[in-house]
Ligand binder design. Sequence first.
Ligand code: SAM
Length: 279
Amino acid sequence: MLNQQYELLDFGHNEKLECIGGVVVRRETPSAPGGKANGVDWERPQLRGRVVGEKYTWDGISPSDWCFDAGEFELQLKATPSGQVGVFPEQSVNWQWIKDCPADLEGLKAINLFGYTGATTLSLAKRGVQVVHVDAAKSAVSWARANAQSSGLADSPIRWMVEDALTFVRRELKRGNKYDIIVADPPSFGRGPKGERWKLQRDLCHLIESLSELSRGRCKMLLLSCHTPGIDHRQLRTEVENQFQFQSGSGASFALELRTKANKSLPSGNCFRWVAGKS
Ligand SMILES: C[S@@+](CC[C@H](N)C(=O)[O-])C[C@H]1O[C@@H](n2cnc3c(N)ncnc32)[C@H](O)[C@@H]1O
């Protein structure tokens, strides 16, 4: 299903050319190195995003019914001033992992930090997990709620929180709340709703430490990813394993990527995931 919904057509010179939910999108992104492939038509995108002065601007209008069908759930898409459109397709390996997880996840309690438009929240909800979805942007949380609605998951036990991730986790610790499943996909830099600054290089170790306390003695699943240059997946794994006292289970760390049909690989972040029992 995903392959029909997403194709990386080409990338290079800090631009990506993609077909997302049937719409050809050409967009500037700082993380598309190297040169463009010969023979790819870059000149007829339906949407084109680029930085003009200090602003990210789009030529073309997002179709009103533009959406990404992930099979288990759907995400409504639109071109936004951040250069994003509402989906990070490189995360699809993790939605599939949640879908295929042989453990019974029904009724477990998850926290999804930096949850954006809700893809991982909806993957978990589909497995019967109770999810606390946290994002600093009210617009992202409203968008995620709308995605839950259009995915037939409006009545799932999801709490939607517009909060600073680290502040929320610390407050949950004070309240004595605990979680079985930990998910976080922090950006390199961000801001909480009250202007709280998130800086991954500075704050990630504090977040991991607090999350290990939040799930002490009951962690069943963990999924941590980031797209920050200079942090690789082995380092993520080491930082997590130093804090979490994982008992029996299986963990894997790997680089996230997107590939063109011609097998050009676009590095798209790093990930560590772990599940209790046999995966
Ligand atoms: C990389 S996106 C997450 C992508 C998401 N996991 C997915 O796969 O769709 C980063 C998100 O972090 C949020 N964010 C940034 N700073 C934050 C903060 N201090 N606390 C909570 N969320 C924050 C942004 O609003 C944005 O939605």
